[in-house]
Design a protein around this ligand. Structure first.
Ligand code: ADP
Ligand code: ASP
Ligand code: MG
Length: 403
């Protein structure tokens, strides 16, 4: 007997017709020898709509109620999907996270799964049933509903694969797999057949939303092989392996980008030891994640400029915290919301010299100005003006032979 986890994203269950089609796809996977556990996201657009509603009710919508509200989308999709399976003659029922239960820890909005009770679900699959489990939600040890962060149904699927020791985990989505860059942005994007965890983790963290970063991290730690496929085609997908990418002779595997960051600059900061820590500690205390940082070398004035990037929806909060911070002194705060981060990712970068130069040169040729740079072993990110994003991706895609 083998066990396969199938996860369906929002677009895959985006309408009644699509849910009926997903039921047929599940039927194809189901045999006496292959047991299934299904994880579903909310129908596409539902979670966004719920977030909008919470904002309409209150500027400071209660964080516990926020999770109760947002997790409701998954309940609807799972009930409909289970109903669709029953309708075509299969045995099925839905499980909400608290019924399993799926126990989480950590902050609301971004909890992590710590344990999953297997008993009932195992009994059910052994009796020939197909359980449909809500993605994205869990329950804390204080019995409050929690959610796993945007795109968190991926994390549910990976955790279920881990706790149930599944043989396969297929993430069904609206594209054929992981591409060299977002296929919605350029037709030249190519599907990648195999990719290492390290690379997909960088791609996901840098904005390729095909899989949520925390779920990739979980899969990597627990050595779970993943297959990303399209719900709408029969094509082979992308396999994610626990192996530094040796499959790819190209030093760059893919290009990712974000459109939801802002750049904040503190001008004329008094430059003394500890100043950076004084700036960033209160931001960390308030869960504001700082991404790229650059500090200009001070001239003889003893003053310096510090620029960093954060998520755009944190800007107001961040500026307030900086203004309230009595431990720092500076002349002015400015922020720019029209920025994007473009990143090239590839394990082959480690052994190939000249990648940084080629990236900068290619952007310069198109007169694209680089505002901030950050690098790791297998990625280089640059912050550029948002209006140049398409141009930058097209030129880098070509430069690194991904077209
Ligand atoms: P789901 O609802 O199935 O979870 P998501 O919308 O979260 O789907 O993720 C799939 C989307 O990710 C695709 O429609 C695509 O536009 C986007 N995407 C961004 N970068 C990439 C990439 N490198 N490869 C594939 N898809 C990508
Ligand atoms: N419905 C949730 C979201 O939109 C979780 C998911 O789609 O994975 O973020
Ligand atoms: Mg997703």
């Amino acid at each position: 007997m083998s066990l396969t986890i199938l996860k369906f994203g929002g677009t895959s269950v985006g309408s009644i017709k699509k849910i009926s089609n997903v039921a047929k796809l599940i039927k194809k996977h189901y045999t006496k020898k292959n047991k299934l556990i299904i994880v579903s996201s909310a129908m596409s657009g539902v979670t966004n709509d719920l977030i909008k509603k919470s904002k309409q009710i209150s500027k400071n919508f209660d964080k516990f109620e926020y999770d109760v509200l947002l997790s409701s989308g998954e309940q609807i999709a799972c009930a409909l999907l289970s109903g669709a399976l029953l309708d075509i003659g299969l045995k099925s029922r839905s499980w909400l996270s608290w019924q399993v239960p799926i126990i989480t820890y950590g902050d609301n909005k971004s909890s992590r799964i710590v344990s999953i009770n297997k008993k009932e679900i195992l009994n059910y699959i052994n009796s020939g049933g197909i359980p449909i489990v809500t993605g994205f939600q869990g329950i804390s040890n204080k019995k409050r509903l929690t959610t796993l962060g945007r795109g968190g149904s991926d994390a549910t699927a990976i955790s279920i694969a881990k706790f149930f020791n599944a043989d396969n985990c297929i993430i069904y989505t609206d594209v054929d797999g992981v591409y060299t860059t977002d296929p919605k942005l350029t037709k030249k994007a190519k599907k990648i057949d195999k990719i290492s965890y390290e690379e997909i983790l960088e791609m996901a963290s840098l904005g390729a939303k095909v899989m949520a970063p925390s779920s990739v991290q979980d899969a990597m730690i627990n050595d779970i092989d993943i297959n990303i496929k399209s719900t709408f085609t029969n094509n082979d997908g992308t396999k994610i392996y626990n192996n530094q990418s040796k499959f790819n002779k190209n030093p760059i595997t893919g290009i990712a980008f974000t459109k939801n960051e802002s750049k904040i600059t503190l001008l004329g900061v008094v430059d003394r030891p500890g100043v950076a820590a004084s700036i960033f500690k209160p931001l960390a205390d308030n869960q504001i994640n700082v991404d790229m940082v650059i500090q200009n070398i001070s001239a003889n004035t003893g003053l310096t400029d510090i620029t960093f990037t954060i998520m755009r929806d944190e800007v107001k909060n961040c500026v307030k915290i900086l203004k309230d911070n009595k431990k720092i002194s500076y002349k002015k705060i400015i922020h720019d919301d029209n920025v994007s981060k473009v990143s090239i990712v590839g394990a082959g970068m480690i052994t190939t010299p000249g990648i940084t130069y080629r990236m900068f040169q290619a952007l310069a040729k198109k007169k694209i100005n680089i505002m901030v740079i950050s690098t790791s072993e297998i990625k280089i990110s640059v912050l550029i003006s948002q209006k140049n994003i398409k141009k930058a991706i097209q030129i880098l895609h070509k430069e690194f032979d991904l077209d």
